[in-house]
Design a protein. Structure first.
Length: 265
């Protein structure tokens, strides 16, 4: 008679315990200054926690009368985010198709495009903003250019990798039929990749609003410039209003993005 008993469940807890112990040991080692780790001054945290508590208490008391002054800078931030994302969307299409192996079999040109994108991605956005403020002056333009470069790096990197990871038999069939690579990209690869592009474009738009609040620290315009000003005057009640406004705008953009993604899929 055949034995239908369920085989014993393999023991996985020893492997999990070893992995957890290694992770804990690595974390502890990174906190030891003697071997180049990060120094955690718990005594200083214990002494100064009241300063942070006082600041949090002030942030919990927003000055709603300050809200009208934030509307124009927030509108400028939205304009920067939208124009930067739109310009990056246009430029990212050919760059992505040149950076992906299925849509660009030429290894030399593909490597050059990927190298350029890697350089763009490796520079922090605050560095771009600082340099551009020095080149073109304080205002929305350096912020807009920074968002454009940031979006290009994100969109081209993610979409080209997604194209690389999928099978594309229709491209092979098109090549067998004698079609050129440019025609294949326009007629087949681009329509198939548009949902990927749309997801990343919307994601870049969401990121732009958040990043704009940081770029104002170096004078790149938008709501971030007002945020840095109020921080400088220690007006935490005004800072609280700006933070709440950024939070609401980001949530609204995310809700719209999710709705649009569902319509596109």
């Amino acid at each position: 008679m055949t034995d239908l008993a369920v085989p014993p469940r393999p023991r996985t807890w020893p492997r999990t315990a070893v992995a957890a112990a290694c992770f804990a040991l690595f974390t502890v080692l990174t906190c030891l200054p003697a071997i180049g780790g990060v120094e955690l001054d718990f005594a200083s945290i214990a002494r100064n926690w009241r300063n942070g508590a006082d600041k949090m208490l002030q942030l919990l008391q927003p000055d709603w009368a300050f809200l009208p002054r934030t509307l124009q800078p927030m509108l400028e931030t939205l304009q920067m985010a939208l124009v930067g994302a739109a310009a990056a969307a246009v430029v990212s299409v050919p760059l992505t198709l040149w950076a992906a192996r299925p849509t660009n079999p030429n290894a030399l040109s593909r490597g050059i495009v990927r190298a350029i994108i890697n350089v763009i991605r490796s520079v922090p956005d605050l560095v771009y903003a600082t340099i551009l403020v020095a080149l073109v002056g304080v205002g929305a333009l350096p912020g807009l250019l920074t968002l454009f470069l940031f979006d290009i790096g994100i969109v081209v990197k993610l979409v080209s990798e997604a194209i690389d990871s999928h099978e594309h038999p229709y491209l092979e069939a098109g090549r067998a039929a004698g079609a050129t690579q440019g025609r294949l990209n326009r007629s087949l690869a681009l329509p198939q990749s548009l949902p990927l592009f749309a997801n990343q474009w919307l994601y870049a738009l969401e990121l732009n609003v958040r990043i704009s609040a940081i770029l104002g620290i170096v004078g790149a315009g938008g709501i971030g410039r007002l945020l840095d000003e109020r921080f400088g005057f220690y007006a935490y009640d005004d800072v609280s209003i700006i933070i709440l406004e950024i939070l609401v705008v980001v949530i609204l953009i995310e809700v719209f993005s999710n709705w649009l993604r569902r319509r596109l899929t």
